[in-house]
Design a protein around this ligand. Structure first.
Ligand code: XIL
Length: 329
């Protein structure tokens, strides 16, 4: 029997899935969904600094390498996430002072980007450099030691190490917080003004049913006006709310009804359509789902609450959200 066509076949731009390669290798059904639906792959955790540089003085590429090999075997685009992120840093990195922090970042980015040179289409070079809310700079260990300069250093080092990789700045909350959007775009502007090599903006899109789609649309329009590539890098859509901090979920929905699933489908449809409408085709780097089954979604563990944010249900069957999204493509 012929394989059912996937989202990647329905879309005019790349459709990505974030995966944990161990799960994909262990679970035949998850693997079939991955290869059917997506033509771009992001690793949920295995390319993060806290994984690759977990142990002082050595870099561990094992799982990242097997993820890249999987993507290549499937003829999929591999996206790198993320070179520099404050979250979950081991002490041997978070505690670096002054020049030692700059030296570490330079060596780390140079080594990692070189390791994958020519095999990674694009990188999230910096992730979540802005405050959770409001558009100011996040007081990360990198910022505390180096000020805003660490961002330019990161992009320049990445560009030198792989001149063909597309380099992104990635952040969250832009579907709710217009001040943060203003801060993000001002930062991008000033970086480019200083000659920092940046090719694209990643908008995570961890969305909530209560978000105003008018804000989603205006953010996309404002971001696209930069002329840069626009990647919706981490799409999911929850019924509950949270404060963006681990464990900070507010659970008020105990079960989903068919009517709620239908509303979620309509929202997914609208999001796909808004992306097509607001981002000119040459700038459409694609939409990536951050986990794509309600069984495996990170939301439940990270925010400690039940939810149903993805396009496949807990039994790994397509939800109304799936068909909604596909209608919007
Ligand atoms: C999340 C992963 O999905 C979890 O497994 C992990 O425990 C924490 O990180 N923004 C990002 C992603 O940029 O890297 C995060 O991924 C989700 C929020």
């Amino acid at each position: 029997t012929a394989e059912p066509a996937g989202l990647k076949d329905a879309a005019s731009f790349p459709i990505g899935g974030a995966i944990n390669i161990r799960r994909v290798n262990e679970d035949a059904k998850l693997r079939a969904i991955t290869t059917t639906e997506f033509n771009s792959i992001t690793s949920t955790n295995d390319m993060k600094m806290y994984r690759i540089a977990a142990r002082e003085g050595q870099l561990d590429f094992a799982r990242a390498d097997s993820t890249v090999a999987f993507a290549e075997a499937q003829g999929m685009r591999m996206f790198g996430h993320a070179l520099v992120w404050h979250y979950g840093l081991p002490d041997h990195i978070a505690g670096l002072q002054g020049a030692a922090m700059a030296d570490f970042l330079t060596a780390y980015i140079d080594t990692v980007v070189n390791h994958f040179r020519g095999r990674i289409d694009g990188w999230d070079v910096v992730n979540e450099v802005l405050d959770t809310k409001g558009g100011g700079m996040r007081r990360s260990p990198f910022y505390q030691q180096l000020g805003t300069d660490y961002i330019g250093l990161a992009f320049r080092t990445a560009r030198r190490a792989d001149p063909d990789a597309k380099l992104f700045i990635n952040d969250f909350g832009t579907e709710r917080d217009t001040a943060k959007v203003t801060g993000l775009l001002a930062l991008v502007d000033s970086l480019r003004g200083a000659g920092v090599p940046i090719d694209g903006i990643g908008l995570q899109w961890h969305q909530q049913m209560g978000d105003d789609t008018a804000v989603v649309r205006s953010t996309l329009r404002r971001a696209a006006a930069t002329g840069l590539l626009i990647h919706v890098s981490e799409l999911d859509l929850i019924f509950n709310t949270h404060n963006d901090e681990a464990g900070g979920g507010t659970e008020h929905v105990q079960a989903v009804t068919p009517a709620m699933l239908e509303q979620q489908a309509e929202r997914y449809e609208a999001l796909a359509r808004i992306y097509r409408q607001e981002v000119p085709a040459p700038q459409q780097y694609g939409i990536t789902f951050w986990d794509f089954t309600d069984r495996d979604t990170w939301i439940k563990g990270f925010f400690d609450m039940g939810d149903w944010p993805t396009v496949y249900d807990e039994n790994l069957e397509r939800k109304p959200a799936y068909f909604g999204f596909r209608r919007g493509l």
